[in-house]
Design a protein around this ligand. Structure first.
Ligand SMILES: NC(=O)c1ccc[n+]([C@@H]2O[C@H](COP(=O)([O-])OP(=O)(O)OC[C@H]3O[C@@H](n4cnc5c(N)ncnc54)[C@H](O)[C@@H]3O)[C@@H](O)[C@H]2O)c1
Length: 378
């Protein structure tokens, strides 16, 4: 559609800060499993960073990463504690499984080290609150590893919502997922993951719509979870024997400001989508095509529905290409925040509401009724 309409959303792109080539930042990586590869890879692209120490409960994993990236001088530790007790760091990536997000993060903050924490923030709301209390007492920050925040299409959603073209937002349906896409390993057991699809990809789906709205506080949630695919060997093979988290979740959430959030997320389901994301406003609506919900990229254009001179009009929002990878930007933004002493690029003060919804879904599903969300004083 016309450039005129689209130009309303155009804002100056935030300039990427140039890397400071002064003293190198001393970085540690805790947890050297699957996702740590992206942390190593991107830190090593930064001229102002030195990876000095890494830790894993399984030493072979840390050794493998050390060799894979040719990091001859990197010291290896058997857990986050030894690493943080023995190293003077400027920052640390916490890339452990969900059940080990809170403890190493709190330990790092109490040692005065800022943290880039992989998603989801934590497993429970109580853990998230404990992390925020540690942030408060240490004066150091946590950035939660939501790389889609740096995707230009995700940023466009925020620009559109904040431009006011949709008017007051009153209802959002969001979610996504895949027909068959149950992960394995540490993602599917209570002891390591604690939560399934609702935490793994649900956190991104929630962020995609709550961040544009400025994170309204969730007030109540009526949640549902199921595990029909994960527990069935027909769909999940041998993993079905150990699978004990959710593979599907849905919720009806009341947000501050009278906004309703209708949410669904699936690691596995029979349809190809639980529905597109649609943001309903009094002046317009935005349809965001359903995705696998993890990297912020879209396969199809978003559509803006609005009236122009009394005519019902649809405006196609052109897809934007990433100029720099979202993951690179996630790491770069963390490093820049270390240098400036914050603020956090993806702050816990926002993501605690995301976590409160996930926590609310678990609790409400267990009770079989709607619950009120109460966030303890930080
Ligand atoms: N941002 C993304 O796109 C993305 C993608 C995949 C995974 N993740 C997140 O990253 C986290 C890790 O995922 P993964 O696939 O790498 O899992 P993984 O199981 O492959 O690796 C986690 C590693 O952490 C180690 N570990 C656990 N507790 C530890 C501790 N206290 N000290 C040292 N090491 C410890 C484990 O031994 C394991 O090797 C998960 O929370 C996941 O949600 C993010």
């Amino acid at each position: 559609m016309s450039d005129n309409v689209l130009s309303q959303f155009k804002q100056a792109e935030e300039a990427v800060k140039p890397a400071d080539t002064g003293r190198k930042l001393r970085i540690g990586i805790i947890g050297t499993g699957g996702i740590s590869w992206c942390h190593f890879y991107n830190y090593l692209k930064m001229p102002d960073v030195e990876i000095v120490a890494i830790a894993d409960l399984i030493p072979e994993r840390a050794i493998e990463r050390k060799e894979q990236f040719g990091l001859d001088n990197v010291r290896i530790y058997p857990s986050h504690k030894e690493l943080l007790d023995n190293e003077e760091l400027d920052g640390v990536s916490v890339c452990t499984y969900h059940r080990q997000h809170a403890e190493p993060t709190i330990y790092a903050l109490d040692k005065g080290v800022p943290v880039l924490l992989e998603k989801p923030f934590t497993v429970t709301l109580d853990e998230a609150v404990e992390v925020m209390r540690a942030e408060k007492r240490s004066g150091k920050f946590v950035s939660v590893g939501f790389q889609p925040r740096f995707n230009p299409n995700m940023q466009m959603i925020k620009k559109i919502v904040q431009s006011g073209v949709l008017g007051e937002i009153y209802y959002i349906q969001t979610g996504g997922g895949r027909r068959r896409g149950i992960p394995g390993g540490s993602f599917i057991e209570q002891s390591t993951a604690g939560i399934g699809a609702i935490g793994d990809i649900g956190c991104y789906s929630l962020d995609a719509v709550l961040n544009p709205l400025g994170y309204p506080k969730p007030l109540t949630v009526s949640g549902y979870v199921s595990d029909f695919f994960g527990k069935d060997p027909k769909y999940n093979g041998e993993d079905a024997k150990v699978f004990d988290v959710d593979d599907f979740g849905a919720a009806f959430v009341r947000l501050e400001g009278g906004i309703i959030l209708d949410f669904r997320i699936a690691w596995a389901m029979h349809p190809d989508t639980p529905g597109d994301t649609i943001i309903f406003g009094k002046e317009g609506a935005l349809r965001i095509p359903s995705t696998d919900c993890w990297n912020g990229s879209l396969d199809n254009a978003m559509i803006l529905y609005h009236d122009v001179c009394g005519e019902q009009t649809e405006t196609r929002i052109p897809l934007k290409e990433e100029e720099t990878s979202d993951f690179y930007m996630k790491i770069r933004s963390f490093l820049d925040a270390i240098k400036t002493g914050g603020p956090s690029p993806v702050p816990t003060s926002e993501i605690v509401y995301n976590q409160a919804i996930i926590d609310g879904i678990v609790k409400s599903a267990k009770l079989g009724r709607e619950i009120e969300i109460e966030i303890p004083e930080i």
